[in-house]
Design a protein around this ligand. Structure first.
Ligand code: NAP
Length: 276
């Protein structure tokens, strides 16, 4: 029998995760004898549960809330991408050693490119200053946006991202949450990297009247797929990109590292997840 490679996702709770469905779809598509399982791990059991995974034959695992930061000191190594963001979302196990990285930034930019990179990269506005926002700001800076505005309710968090991402070498400014509408003037891109707008949570209240018609709006949230922000953007003619693309793309480096094939993120993959 062919060697069955085993991977999974560690979170609490983890039942809502689409990752098992996504990896199963690719395993079947590429006819790879592999498994990808959901591992519900309570925060107090994280250290001993993950230390058992190499012995249980796992070649890697994804990490989701609430473990993305807490897992870092428990790993044998953490690379630059994860350190820059301060969170790990993917671990590869080689000869019993666990190496953590972060593919959210990659997933974000790959999805933005697939959905349509704005023609001009003069100004990007990022809502939020959490883990995802940190990855987004870093990638937008690397991508050549000349001015990035972080809009958040705790200014210190935005300032920490600004100073941590590029030192003082980039034009990154931080604006208070109350100014989120006016800040949209002249923007080429608006990214919602807050948790506002999720199915079960509070709504994102933002007036888009200052946003230019040619701007692109991207929401990292994928449940619901069409957030009120994206619906509002589409209604006024802005290009809109949902969070499902980022979710699929961030899984590409993991699948390749663990199962040896670089999977394609295409319409069929998307349809599969939408119906799953
Ligand atoms: P996080 O670290 O908890 O950050 C959440 C951010 O939202 C924080 O900046 C928080 O502000 C802000 N926020 C929450 N409530 C707010 C409010 N009432 N007013 C203003 N700001 C508010 O979470 P994360 O990991 O960055 O994730 C953010 C979102 O991105 C989540 O919805 C997540 O599902 C999504 N995401 C999607 C993907 C994907 O693959 N599509 C990947 C990663 C994340 P404070 O700091 O002040 O609390």
């Amino acid at each position: 029998m062919a060697d069955v490679r085993k991977a999974g996702i560690v979170g609490w709770p983890v039942t809502h995760s689409l990752s098992p469905k996504l990896h199963r779809y690719w395993l079947d598509k590429y006819r790879i004898p592999g498994e990808y399982v959901a591992l519900a791990v309570e925060p107090e059991n994280l250290a001993h549960k993950i230390s058992a995974l190499p012995k249980q034959g796992f070649c890697g695992f994804n990490v989701t809330v609430p473990h993305k930061e807490k897992i870092m000191p428990l790993l044998d190594a953490v690379d630059e991408a994860a350190r820059a963001i301060g969170a790990v979302n993917m671990v590869t196990i080689t000869q019993g050693k666990m190496q953590g990285t972060n593919s959210d930034g990659y997933g974000f930019i790959a999805s933005l490119k697939q959905g349509g990179m704005p023609k001009f990269k003069n100004k990007a506005v990022v809502l939020g200053a959490g883990g995802a926002a940190k990855a987004v700001v870093k990638m937008l800076g690397n991508e050549g946006f000349s001015h990035i505005v972080i809009v958040c309710r705790v200014l210190e968090k935005g300032i920490r991202i600004r100073d941590g991402a590029f030192g003082k070498n980039k034009n990154i400014t931080v604006e208070p949450w109350e100014r989120r509408a006016e800040t949209l003037a002249d923007a080429d891109l608006l990214v919602n990297a807050t948790s506002l707008g999720m199915q079960s949570g509070a709504a994102l209240k933002i007036d888009l009247q200052w946003l230019p018609g040619a701007a692109t709006v991207m929401d990292l949230i994928y449940a619901p797929l069409e957030t009120p922000l994206l619906a509002q953007a589409k209604a006024r003619g802005n290009a809109a990109i949902d969070g499902l693309g980022m979710l699929m793309h961030q899984a590409v480096p993991a699948f390749e590292a663990w199962f040896g094939v670089r999977p394609e993120v295409d319409q069929a993959t998307r349809e599969h997840l939408l119906h799953a």
